[in-house]
Design a protein around this ligand. Structure first.
Ligand code: FAD
Ligand code: NAI
Length: 455
């Protein structure tokens, strides 16, 4: 019987990257995936949504071209072609991962993995008809959408008029009206695409603001941009029922009905920890998420967890880094996970990108901070490319140490710029050091340098 050095459950960003790294380091590695290699990110998350949003961006550019001296007659977004192209992109990337796993001698098995227990030889894991033994386990089973117990939702999913991220990214036709329950990241990205594609989009959000933990001023600017495009928002609204053609919600004690051809449920995700057999080896979970320490170890020796399943930061880039932390620790190299400068991006048009503390979180932590805020129009490139743009950049510094602790931006290219801010935070760069850096001109990135000069 072959005993693997490492068995990885789940082939999403956490699982496939861990497998690649482990294989590269010479660990005899088995990766088990029950659905599609690439996980949510590649097949029904990050990549498909970005492919759709890019088409929307091109279309928006064509439609709004006149103020830039470009007139496009009969601009058309062909949803069928957009989805076909998305599928092509996904296929190519999945094939790339498959070949990298092969290159690194990883054994790939298709099937739903279930932990059976631990014997003297190691951990026993079943997938399909076969059982496998591994000296170590890495659980990277990801997350699934939260489906609320609102009357009509379950039935709607069965009948196909209530969608999750999985179905909406594969819709054959653009719905005439789309009601999105939850104004977080998925809701906003899908609102952006389907608005451009021609749906009448309404976002129903329970809180009094959209975009969750995003800097409040930035989420307000984003909402105004959306409203200008015709997306409607119902804030402080509680959905009480979903019917085949309508969503019923309550706000300030009154009930309202919204016509809905399709309904997207995007109210958050939860760790996919059920049915794995975690209880057989005593892995502790907290509200369904696997509890891990800073080295991504669970409470059971030689059992690690990375990615969405630990519930800490449900982002693909976090999953990548956690996977590396696991493999380094397995190899005896001490490596710890730091979450203070993880970027978060909303890939709408305009883009939002943030990292580190925002004013609210800094206040809560009692950090003595100073904030500088600039209109993006101070960037020459932004002004040249964004007629009437209302983007801003906010930089927060720790007053005592004069180090950057947070950067928040709304405006296009923010997604590509934010990593520079993460570097500043991670390396605890001081304001005066940043002032000595040379940024390329003209770029939108210069706005960070300008904002820093306010201190
Ligand atoms: P997953 O990608 O969920 O992969 C887990 C894998 O484990 C799955 O393939 C699953 O089939 C498999 N699995 C589960 N149980 C078993 C089992 N018992 N046996 C075998 N296999 C199993 N993040 C970003 O950073 N940027 C974005 O732009 C972004 N966009 C997103 C858009 C959408 C619509 C969604 C839904 C998510 C988005 N995310 C984004 C989040 C990102 O997809 C996740 O953070 C990321 O996929 C987490 O990776 P993971 O490996 O932990 O889990
Ligand atoms: P989310 O947590 O971002 O947003 C959920 C929203 O739904 C919140 O605003 C919440 O207040 C609201 N809500 C909760 N219950 C509700 C109810 N009953 N009625 C109305 N509103 C309700 O979750 P989302 O959008 O589902 O995304 C899940 C995760 O996927 C994100 O947290 C993120 O980690 C990841 N993701 C990341 C993306 C990116 O990085 N660009 C893109 C999409 C998803």
């Amino acid at each position: 019987m072959m005993v693997f050095d490492l068995i990885i459950i789940g082939g999403g960003p956490a699982g496939y990257l861990a497998a690649e790294r482990a294989g590269h380091e010479g660990l005899n590695t088995l990766l088990i995936e029950k659905r599609f290699l690439g996980g949510v990110c590649l097949n029904e998350g990050c990549i498909p949504s970005k492919a759709l949003l890019y088409s929307a961006k091109i279309y928006d550019g064509a439609v709004n071209g006149e103020k830039y001296g470009v007139t496009v007659e009969n601009a058309l977004l062909n949803h069928e072609v957009v989805v076909r192209r998305k599928n092509k992109v996904v296929k190519k990337l999945v094939a790339g991962i498959k070949s990298k796993l092969k290159m690194n001698n990883v054994t790939l098995v298709e099937g739903a993995a279930e932990i059976l227990g631990k014997s003297d030889e190691g951990f026993e894991v079943r997938a399909g008809e076969n059982s496998y033994t591994g000296l170590r386990l890495l659980i990277a089973s990801g997350s699934v959408p939260v489906i609320p117990a609102i009357p009509g939702v379950k039935e709607g999913i069965e009948k196909g008029y209530v969608l999750t991220n999985r179905e909406i990214l594969d819709l054959k036709e653009v719905p005439s009206s789309l009601v999105i329950v939850g104004g977080g990241v998925i809701g906003l990205e899908m609102a952006s695409y389907f608005n451009s594609a021609g749906s009448k989009v309404t976002v129903v959000e329970m809180l009094d603001h959209i975009a969750g933990f995003t800097d409040r001023e930035i989420s307000e600017i984003l909402m105004k941009n959306y409203q200008k495009k015709g997306i409607e928002f119902k804030l402080g609204a509680k959905v009480t029922e979903v019917r085949e053609d309508a969503v019923i919600y309550e706000s300030e004690g009154r009930a309202y009905s919204l016509p809905a051809d399709k309904v997207l449920m995007s109210i958050g995700r939860r760790a996919a920890s059920q049915g794995l057999g975690l209880e057989k080896i005593g892995v502790i979970t907290e509200r369904g998420s696997i509890k891990t320490d800073e080295r991504c170890r669970t409470n059971v020796p030689e059992v690690y967890a990375a990615g969405d399943v630990n519930g800490v930061s449900m982002l693909a880039h976090t999953a990548y880094r956690e996977a590396e932390v696991c493999i380094n620790n397995i190899l005896g190299r001490k490596d710890i996970m730091r979450y203070s400068a993880i970027p978060s991006v909303i890939y709408t048009n305009p883009e939002v990108a943030c990292t580190g503390e925002n004013e609210e979180s800094a206040k809560q932590k009692g950090i003595d901070f100073e904030a500088s805020k600039l209109s993006m129009m101070y960037s020459g490139r932004y002004a040249a490319e964004n007629e009437g743009g209302d983007g801003i950049c906010k930089v927060l510094i720790d007053k005592k140490h004069r180090t950057v602790i947070g950067v928040h931006m709304i405006g296009n290219y923010s997604s590509e710029i934010i990593y520079g801010a993460c570097l500043m935070i991670e390396s605890q760069m001081r304001v005066n050091d940043i002032k000595e850096l040379v940024f390329p001109h003209p770029t939108v990135s210069e706005i960070i340098r300008e904002a820093i000069f306010e201190f």
